[in-house]
Ligand binder design. Structure first.
Ligand SMILES: Cc1cc2nc3c(=O)[nH]c(=O)nc-3n(C[C@H](O)[C@H](O)[C@H](O)COP(=O)(O)OP(=O)(O)OC[C@H]3O[C@@H](n4cnc5c(N)ncnc54)[C@H](O)[C@@H]3O)c2cc1C
Length: 265
């Protein structure tokens, strides 16, 4: 990717889109803008900048704005690098199809070959060292990209459990994981109500001895309960846990990020 000022995105072009399941869309970007994209960054987060409805690519590229008057600012959202194929210069990002209220989801649901957006990042990969005796991974649809990327990067002899919480049975699909990692699917049809399915499962689990590492992300109230359980009930050291709220019921991403910053301060 050509060097650019920090706030200047790359402008990526959609090659294809397909539904991996009823509520999950894979968007594949391709083209020379992906030249130099870093390898082995699957699971890292990135920022996407969305054109306004009906905005032409020329206007978007010439006038994109990340700050300034509200009517000029383009929405920016956080997503995950699901896969990058350097030889083909193809990048996959997987989007939850959660309705029409969010600009990122609206964009993905309407996207097709030739659609475009701005791209910033990626950040550093989330988990680079795998040293645990067993692993606990958990995700709703929004975090399936980071957890699937983590499963692919783990040692082949890794042992553990992965929970995937999805809204419908039709969202259950084939997942690649080391043979020693048990895959458990949990259903939570109403994504606008807080779920206790993951914390209930984890609270009742047999807890093996040894060092544990986690890769857990999803809706904020679920994450809050899981974090409390891991750190305060099970005593898992913070250094071994990647656990992160990716969205919050009732808040748009900017409000959720603001809440996270206030809580961390
Ligand atoms: C590090 C990180 C990585 C992420 N990676 C991914 C990813 O790869 N794929 C992905 O789909 N999401 C991912 N997310 C979550 C994504 O950023 C949020 O879901 C974001 O709010 C989506 O933007 P939007 O414009 O669709 O909705 P917004 O405008 O932000 O919100 C509109 C409404 O939709 C609700 N909403 C937001 N997300 C969901 C959801 N998942 N299910 C149901 N309702 C929702 C909000 O509560 C709000 O009421 C990631 C978040 C973080 C922090």
């Amino acid at each position: 990717m050509a060097k650019r000022p920090r706030s200047r995105p790359s402008f990526l072009t959609v090659q294809s889109t397909r539904y991996l399941s009823p509520n999950f869309i894979r968007v594949t970007f391709a083209g020379p803008e992906l030249e130099g994209f870093p390898k082995n960054h699957e699971g890292a987060n990135c920022k996407i900048v969305l054109p306004r409805d009906g905005e032409s690519r020329e206007t978007f590229e010439a006038h994109f704005a990340l700050d300034g008057p509200e009517e000029r600012v383009h929405p920016i959202r956080t997503y995950t690098v699901r896969s990058f194929r350097p030889d083909a210069l193809e990048l996959d990002i997987d989007f939850v199809a959660h309705g029409d209220e969010g600009p990122a989801t609206r964009w993905a649901q309407a996207a097709g070959p030739g659609s475009f957006l701005g791209f910033l990042g990626p950040s550093a990969p989330k988990i680079t060292e795998f040293y645990a005796d067993w692993y606990l991974l958990a995700a709703d649809l929004s975090a399936m990209p980071v957890v699937e990327a983590t499963l692919e990067a783990m040692p082949a002899d890794a042992r553990g459990v992965v929970l995937f919480e999805v809204p419908t049975e039709a969202d259950i699909r084939e997942i690649s994981a080391p043979a020693g990692v048990r895959i458990v699917w949990l259903l939570h049809p109403d994504t606008h109500s807080p779920s206790t399915a993951q914390v209930d499962f984890i609270s009742n689990m047999d807890w093996p001895d040894g060092v544990m590492q986690t890769c857990i992300a999803g809706e904020s109230s679920v994450i809050r309960a899981l974090r409390d359980h891991l750190h305060n009930v099970r005593g898992v050291p913070k250094k071994d846990t990647y656990i992160s709220g990716y969205w919050k019921i009732g808040l748009v991403e900017d409000e959720h990020q603001k809440m996270k910053r206030a809580e961390a301060a």
